[in-house]
Design a protein around this ligand. Structure first.
Ligand SMILES: Cc1cc2nc3c(=O)[nH]c(=O)nc-3n(C[C@H](O)[C@H](O)[C@H](O)COP(=O)(O)OP(=O)(O)OC[C@H]3O[C@@H](n4cnc5c(N)ncnc54)[C@H](O)[C@@H]3O)c2cc1C
Length: 575
C-alpha cells in the first residue's frame, strides 16, 4: 500500500498552496498531490481577472476592514465574519509571498503591483497579471512543488475517501492510463477538488469541474454547507458560455440592452456595471425577459445583451484585457475593438462546499470535526463568500486558506501514526464497482443522461427559482438517478478508458445536484445568488443560518447552523 504523511486531492491553487506550506513548515514530511488532470490543467489556470488584497498601491485609503465589509455585504451577510477577517487581513502577505515565489503580476509605472476595480469592491484592490492571473500564479506554484519535493500523481482519479470511526485514513485512486487501482494511507487527507460547474448546461468551468470531492465527502456522510448558493457570472460569451472576465468591466466596459441603454442605472445606480454578480446577473436576465435582449442580427427580443469596450480604445483593450479580445474573436469572430461582445449569465462558482473551520478542518456539525480530514478552495465552505462571492476573492481564498490549512496539517500530523487500513477490502470493492459498470447491459448512454441532468439543473434551478419549478426539477432528478443504473459503456478496456471516469463524474454530478436542489427548495427567502420569486425578500429572522445538508440514498437531511457575526450587523443591501 502506498503511504504518505499527507495526501492532497487537487492540484489547483488551493491544493498546491497547501502542499507548499506543509513542506516549508516541515521539510521532513512526505507530501503528495493527486489530480485527475495534470495540476497545470486545473481550473485555477483559467482564472483571469485577478486576486484582491489591500496593498494600497492605487487607493491609499483602502483598509482590510473595508475589504472585509465589502465581502460581507457582497455575501448578503451570510459569510462567517471571523473567516472573512482572516481572509482580508492575511491578503497582502500572501500576495507578497506569491511575488517572492516568482509570480509575474502586472505593474504600475512606479514598479509596484498594479490593482484594478472589481464588482462590489469599494476600492481598486484587485492585483492581476493582465487577464491571465490564474495562469501566472498556478505555474509558479506547480514549479515550486517540484522544488520542495512534493510527489505528484497526475491523471489519477480519486474514487473514494477512506473514512472510518470519524477519521479520514486515506483514499482509493484509479490510474486513468491503465486502470490500476491503489489505496493510499495517510495521517491527513485534504480535498481541494474545485467546483461543480458541469452540473449545468452553460458554464465557464472546465470539463473537470464535476464536484467529485463534494460527492465523495457527501457519500461518506459528511455534510455540505450552503449548496443552494450557485454563482452565475453575468458575462458568459454567447452562445458558448465561456467567461468574459469581470476585469473587462473593471477596466470600464458598459452593459447595454437593445435600446442602447446602460440598463444597470435602473438596478444599481451607484455601482453600475460594477455591482456584485448576483445583482448584475439578475438585471441581465430581467432585461432579456422584458424583450430588451438582442438577437445576432442586432434586432430586439434576443437572448443576450452587449458588453461594449469600444470606448476603451485598442491600446487599453490589447494591454489590459487581451484574453477577452482573443476569446471573443476566436469563438465568435467578434473584434471587440470595433464591435460589442454578446453576453449572458453563465454558471461560474460554488459558494457552498465541504464545511470547514478556519484551519481547514472538516466539520460534521456546528461543533464536530472529522479527525485527519481537511479541505480548502472552491470545494470547501469556510464560509467567506456566504450567499454571493465577490470577484477576485476566490483566488484569494485558495491562497489564504490553502496556506492556513497547510500550516494546520503540518501541526496535526506531528507525532501521529499512519492509520490501519484493510487495503484488500477497498481494492476489491473498487474493482467490483468498476466491473459492475463494465458489465451493465443497460440501454442508457452517458452523454444524453449528462445532458439531461445539465438541462434539468439549468431549467429548474437557475437565476430565478420557485417552489413548484424546483419540485419538478427534483422529480426529474430522481428519474435521472434511476436511469444512471441503466448506463451502458462502449469501452470495455483498461487503457485510457475515459468512459469509466465519465461514469464516476456523472455520479458526482447527480449527488451534488440533488443536494443543491434540496437545499434550494427548503430555503424560503431570497439571499445573494439564491433568488426565490415566491419569497423575494431576505428574511434574517428565519434564515440567517447556514444550511448543512447530509446526503443518504434515502434522502437529504437539512440542518441549520448560526452565522458568525463578529464585525458587522446585517443591513439592507443596496448599491
Ligand atoms: C474561467 C474562470 C475564471 C475565473 N477567474 C477568477 C478570477 O479572476 N479571480 C478569482 O478570484 N477567481 C476566479 N475564478 C474562480 C477561481 O479560479 C476558482 O474558484 C479557483 O481557482 C478554484 O481553485 P481550487 O484549487 O479550489 O480548484 P481547481 O483549480 O478547480 O482544481 C481542482 C483540482 O482537483 C482535481 N480533482 C478534482 N476531482 C478529482 C478527483 N476525483 N480525483 C483527482 N483529482 C481531482 C483536479 O484535477 C484539479 O487539479 C475563475 C473561475 C473560472 C472558471
Amino acid at each position: 500500500m502506498r503511504e504518505h504523511d499527507v495526501i492532497i486531492v487537487g492540484g489547483g491553487l488551493a491544493g498546491c498552496r497547501a502542499a507548499l506550506e506543509i513542506t516549508r513548515t516541515n521539510p521532513t514530511l512526505n507530501v503528495a498531490v493527486v489530480a485527475k488532470t495534470h495540476p497545470i490543467r486545473s481550473h485555477s489556470v483559467a482564472a483571469q481577472g485577478g486576486i484582491a488584497a489591500t496593498l494600497k498601491n492605487v487607493d491609499r485609503q483602502d483598509t482590510w476592514e473595508a475589504h472585509a465589509f465589502d465581502t460581507v455585504k457582497g455575501s448578503d451577510y451570510l459569510a462567517d465574519q471571523d473567516a472573512v477577517a482572516i481572509l482580508t487581513q492575511e491578503a497582502s502577505d500572501v500576495i507578497i509571498d506569491l511575488e517572492h515565489m516568482g509570480v509575474l503580476f502586472s505593474r504600475l509605472p512606479d514598479g509596484k503591483i498594479a490593482q484594478r476595480a472589481f464588482g462590489g469592491h469599494s476600492h481598486r484592490r484587485t492585483c492581476y497579471a493582465a487577464d491571465k492571473t490564474g495562469h501566472a500564479i498556478l505555474h509558479e506554484l506547480v514549479n515550486n512543488l517540484r522544488r520542495y519535493g512534493v510527489q505528484v500523481y497526475d491523471e489519477w482519479y480519486v474514487m473514494q475517501l477512506v473514512l472510518s470511526d470519524n477519521q479520514a485514513k486515506g483514499i482509493v485512486m484509479y490510474r486513468i492510463r491503465d486502470g490500476l487501482i491503489e489505496v493510499v494511507r495517510a495521517k491527513a487527507v485534504m480535498f481541494a477538488t474545485g467546483g461543480y460547474g458541469r452540473a449545468f448546461n452553460t458554464t465557464s468551468n472546465d470539463y473537470a469541474s464535476t464536484g467529485d470531492g463534494l460527492a465523495m465527502a457527501a457519500l461518506a456522510g459528511i455534510p455540505l454547507e450552503d449548496m443552494e448558493f450557485v454563482q452565475f457570472h453575468p458575462t458568459g460569451l454567447y452562445p458558448v458560455g465561456v467567461l468574459i472576465s469581470e476585469a473587462v468591466r473593471g477596466e470600464g466596459a458598459y452593459l447595454v440592452n437593445s435600446d442602447g441603454e446602460r440598463f444597470m442605472a435602473s438596478y444599481a445606480p451607484s455601482k453600475m456595471e460594477l455591482a456584485p454578480r448576483d445583482i448584475t446577473s439578475r438585471a441581465i436576465a430581467r432585461e432579456i425577459a422584458a424583450g430588451r435582449g438582442i438577437h445576432p442580427d442586432g434586432s430586439a427580443g434576443g437572448p443576450f445583451i452587449h458588453l461594449d469596450v469600444r470606448h476603451l480604445g485598442e491600446q487599453k483593450i490589447m494591454s489590459r484585457i487581451p484574453f477577452a479580445w482573443e476569446e471573443s474573436h476566436r469563438l465568435t469572430g467578434i473584434d471587440a475593438v470595433h464591435q460589442p461582445i454578446p453576453v449572458r449569465p453563465t454558471i461560474h462558482y460554488s459558494m457552498g462546499g465541504i464545511a470547514t473551520n478556519t484551519d481547514g478542518q472538516v466539520q460534521t456539525s456546528a461543533t464536530g470535526l472529522v479527525d485527519g480530514f481537511f479541505a480548502a478552495g472552491e470545494a470547501a465552505c469556510v464560509s467567506v463568500h456566504g450567499a454571493n462571492r465577490l470577484g477576485s476573492n476566490s483566488l484569494l481564498e485558495c491562497v489564504v486558506y490553502g496556506k492556513r490549512t497547510g500550516a494546520a496539517i503540518a501541526q496535526f500530523v506531528q507525532n501521529r501514526k499512519l492509520p490501519e487500513i484493510d487495503e484488500q477490502r477497498y481494492i476489491k470493492a473498487a474493482k467490483a464497482q468498476i466491473q459492475s459498470l463494465l458489465d451493465r447491459s443497460g440501454t442508457m448512454r452517458m452523454y444524453p443522461l449528462r445532458q439531461a441532468l445539465q438541462d434539468c439543473m439549468s431549467q429548474y434551478c437557475g437565476v430565478f427559482r420557485t417552489e413548484s419549478v424546483m419540485q419538478q426539477g427534483w422529480e426529474n432528478l430522481q428519474q435521472l438517478q434511476q436511469q444512471y443504473q441503466q448506463i451502458y459503456l462502449d469501452d470495455k478496456g483498461k487503457l485510457w478508458n475515459s468512459e469509466i471516469v465519465e461514469a464516476f463524474e456523472l455520479r458526482s454530478l447527480l449527488v451534488v445536484s440533488q443536494i443543491i436542489l434540496a437545499s434550494a427548495l427548503k430555503r424560503q427567502e431570497s439571499r445573494g445568488a439564491h433568488f426565490r420569486e415566491d419569497y423575494p425578500q431576505r428574511n434574517d429572522d428565519r434564515w440567517l443560518h447556514h444550511t448543512f445538508a447530509y446526503y443518504s440514498p434515502q434522502g437529504i437531511d437539512l440542518q441549520y447552523v448560526p452565522v458568525n457575526l463578529t464585525m458587522f450587523t446585517p443591513q439592507e443591501r443596496k448599491y
